[in-house]
Write a new protein. Structure first.
Length: 447
């Protein structure tokens, strides 16, 4: 039976680049997919585009393309990526420019647009998924609103001869599903195969997680050679069943356990995993080790897609100010506690207006709140961190400034003071009718 080989070149925007090049050169791939767009990432990209109309795509796009375009072109590996973020058209132009720079004349790059629904949502009364009883009243402070597109426009771009497809917001598994639909000619209402293809995409979308990266836990779940972690690939047949593996000799591990953890990742209901193309059902999935670093995946199915699409709304939600300072040596904990008390009192005396405040003693209670599991010995060093949410940038800066003043106005021996103040771009979700979204495909060709 014919198989298609798809590799995962990235699991997030700042991911390593070397494993993707390894896949391009040694993976025997048909397709290489870069998943680089988180919910908050596109809101930041939209803000960048507003400041510069030529910006708004992934900052590592040029580095990634320079690393893989030539080996992919030489081996006829086609690339699909959401590195277009808020500006797929500009990202496609940049990719074509880099291709020309590399001497890859004629390389065809598709830009998939249509996910931006900011204008439609701004005047709509839509309920927010995560905030019961609230509607999209964040519109007054909205920076962006992007609907999750499905596989169809990527399939169209591949059918149009694109060597590289650059999208904005699409469902993560859809980037892997689209090449399978294109290669095997699956119907867009073949819910069983679409469910199986969505499972393949879900297992690959976080790249190094399924080859043991996030899985690793020394002494409990040991994974070899993590510094050279290889990213995964799938060998997929026409029925949609697959084998998950990696490049031979690369670091990491593919096992039933690594695949099980990734299978459950961010899936609230395994029987109803809602995606733009299909409601996937993973409840009957079977994972079977069929060789070293080879796991056979089968048993997924699917049901008819929903009539709405999820949209992520990025909006301004105030500012966060933060300050940190360290104390070490004898009495470090007592001095850090005194420093915390001083800052708390300073906020009261100066009338700081903050909707949230948090005081952490890093090394004691910053991650695990509440009483310790066992009585700790006196720590050798403690770092005080103070953070708060404010309505103005001025008040956010005051938080870090008060911590810095501990250098000369607080307990002895403070060092390494640091402060920051930044705008908060929050994310909320809603559902929009499908007919609000009109995907489009345009092409750039390297001269």
């Amino acid at each position: 039976m014919r198989t298609v080989r798809i590799g995962a070149g990235a699991g997030y925007s700042g991911d390593r680049i070397e494993p993707a090049r390894e896949l391009a050169e040694k993976g025997g791939l048909d397709y290489l997919v870069f998943e680089c767009l988180a919910e908050r990432t596109i809101a930041l990209a939209q803000a960048a585009r507003r400041a510069d109309p030529g910006a708004g795509f992934d900052p590592l796009l040029a580095d990634r393309m320079r690393a893989v375009l030539r080996p992919c072109a030489e081996r006829r590996v086609r690339i699909v990526t959401n590195m277009g973020a808020a500006n797929p058209s500009a990202a496609a132009r940049e990719t074509a420019r880099i291709a020309a720079e590399l001497g890859l004349s004629g390389l065809k790059v598709a830009a998939v647009t249509g996910d931006d629904v900011t204008a439609a949502i701004r005047g709509a009364d839509l309920p927010l998924i995560e905030r019961a009883g609230r509607t999209a009243d964040v519109a007054a402070t909205m920076v962006s609103a992007n609907a999750y597109l499905g596989a169809a426009p990527i399939v169209a771009a591949l059918a149009g001869g694109a060597d590289v497809v650059v999208t904005g917001r699409v469902g993560d598994p859809a980037m892997f599903l689209a090449p399978l639909i294109h290669a095997f000619g699956w119907a867009m209402d073949d819910w069983v195969r679409l469910g199986r293809g969505t499972l393949v995409g879900h297992l690959l979308e976080c790249a190094g997680q399924v080859t043991g990266g996030y899985f690793a836990d020394p002494g409990c779940k040991d994974v070899p050679d993590l510094a050279r972690l290889g990213f995964p690939l799938a060998e997929v047949d026409e029925a949609g069943d697959a084998v998950i593996t990696k490049v031979e000799g690369s670091g990491g591990r593919v096992s039933r356990a690594t695949c099980t953890e990734q299978l459950l990742y961010e899936v609230h209901d395994p029987a109803r995993y809602l995606q733009p193309d299909v409601v996937a059902d993973f409840s009957g999935v079977a994972l079977r080790e069929v060789g070293p670093d080879r796991v056979a995946v089968s048993g997924a199915t699917g049901h008819a897609r929903t009539e709405t699409l999820k949209a992520s709304i990025g909006y301004h939600d105030g500012f966060i100010g933060e300050g940190q300072i360290s104390y070490a040596g004898a009495g470090a904990l007592a001095r850090a506690r005194l420093a915390r008390a001083i800052v708390e009192e300073r906020f009261r005396l100066t009338g700081l207006e903050a909707s949230e405040l948090r005081f952490d003693l890093i090394g004691l209670d910053a991650v695990r709140r509440g009483p310790p599991v066992s009585a700790p010995s006196e720590p050798a060093e403690i770092r005080l961190r103070v953070a708060g949410r404010t309505a103005t940038l001025r008040d956010a800066r005051r938080i870090g400034n008060e911590v810095e003043t501990l250098y000369t106005n607080g307990p002895a021996g403070g060092g390494g003071a640091w402060s920051s103040a930044r705008e908060v771009l929050a994310v909320a979700s809603t559902l929009v009718p499908r007919d609000w979204v009109t995907p489009a495909v345009a092409y750039e060709v390297a001269p």
